[in-house]
Ligand binder design. Structure first.
Ligand SMILES: NC(=O)c1ccc[n+]([C@@H]2O[C@H](COP(=O)([O-])OP(=O)(O)OC[C@H]3O[C@@H](n4cnc5c(N)ncnc54)[C@H](OP(=O)(O)O)[C@@H]3O)[C@@H](O)[C@H]2O)c1
Length: 305
């Protein structure tokens, strides 16, 4: 299949582009600057310089493509995550960018759109399992995700096959915050946002990438992309401690993170998310069933093992 990928140079894109190429697809990808273009070319993709907000340029770039995969985002760094103003560009990319991508894809006759989203838009459900019918929540930093999902639904209404992938918390080499969790683990700090007995649903970037490949042949719809065994934040911190071989002597920031309300709610809410729908329509399965083995694998990958 001939594809166009946006966000192909990001954390998930760095895994998804090589996976799409390895699956035999002809991949064009948005490149911002020469360094990024060289990286994409090295992965076997054709780099294209075009703005995410330029409908005419995008429509020309999408010409001849059967699918567009929109993975563009601009999440703030961990240091500025709680500053609302730091989210402006990410919200613009997910709102105006996703709308421009859909308009251009429709104009170019693209048949399929794959749009990234996150499971953090579900409401806190305690220890109950969450499938795709569960209620979603609107809080300031999730507005961009809702807009991007609406763009994908608009594509489905017009062209038939919009697929939204709601990813769990990324981890693996390239997912900056998870590399920070590992670094803190080595210093005997267990990173726990909120109550330690609440649930966290994660996905290794290798498995997020294989889900993007699988999304090219599933029915239109919205799917959760998480591993098989969401764990509590306590178990998550223990999994990192085990992977780095250093017991956690302290947990941080703990329940103090709850004081920041909706600014940290994406990191503190309890989300025990089910991946059954995507598994059943695609045959996809995560290679890392849970963070218990996934963080061991990640630490091995970081050490070049
Ligand atoms: N809930 C979570 O999972 C969570 C929480 C906290 C932090 N994070 C962090 O967020 C990152 C998530 O991975 P990601 O792949 O979604 O994001 P990412 O690594 O930040 O990549 C974003 C992608 O979008 C592209 N992009 C950014 N601005 C653009 C624009 N104006 N026009 C076109 N493209 C643009 C980037 O291109 P360029 O390469 O050219 O910049 C890049 O390809 C991870 O690093 C993770 O550590 C995630």
């Amino acid at each position: 299949m001939r594809l166009f990928v946006t966000g192909g140079t990001g954390a998930i894109g760095g895994h998804a582009v090589p996976a799409l190429v390895a699956a035999g697809h002809e991949v064009r990808a948005l490149a911002r600057g020469e360094d990024k273009a060289r990286t994409l070319a090295g992965e076997g993709a054709e780099p294209i310089a075009v703005s995410l907000f330029d409908r005419d340029g995008l429509a020309a770039a999408f010409d001849g493509c059967e699918a567009v995969v929109n993975l563009a985002s601009a999440l703030p760094s961990s240091a500025s995550f709680v500053r609302r103003s730091a989210w402006a560009q990410c919200t613009r990319i997910r709102t105006e960018g996703s709308a421009a991508v859909v308009d251009a894809a429709l104009r170019a006759g693209v048949e399929r759109l794959v749009q990234e989203s996150v499971v953090m838009i579900y409401r806190d459900q305690g220890d109950r399992w969450i499938d795709e019918h569960a209620e979603v929540d609107r809080y300031p930093i999730a507005e961009g995700n809702h807009a991007a999902e609406a763009s994908a639904r608009r594509f489905t209404d017009a062209a038939g096959a919009g697929v939204t992938l709601r990813f769990g918390l990324f981890y693996g080499p390239g997912a900056a915050h998870s590399e920070q969790f590992v670094a803190m683990g080595r210093r005997h700090v267990g990173v726990v946002f909120g109550h330690p007995d609440t649930y966290l649903s994660s996905i290794h970037l290798d498995d997020a990438a294989s889900a993007v490949v699988a999304a090219l042949s599933v029915p239109a719809g919205t799917y959760n992309i998480v591993d098989d065994e969401p764990v509590t934040r306590r178990v998550h911190a223990d999994a990192i401690a085990h992977a780095v071989g250093a017991d956690a002597w302290v947990r941080a920031p703990g329940r103090a993170a709850l004081l920041l309300g909706d600014r940290t709610t994406s990191m503190t809410r309890s989300l025990r998310v089910d991946n059954g729908a995507f598994r059943s329509v695609s045959g996809w399965a995560p290679s890392h069933r849970s963070v218990r083995e996934g963080y061991v694998s990640m630490v091995g990958q970081l050490c070049g093992g």
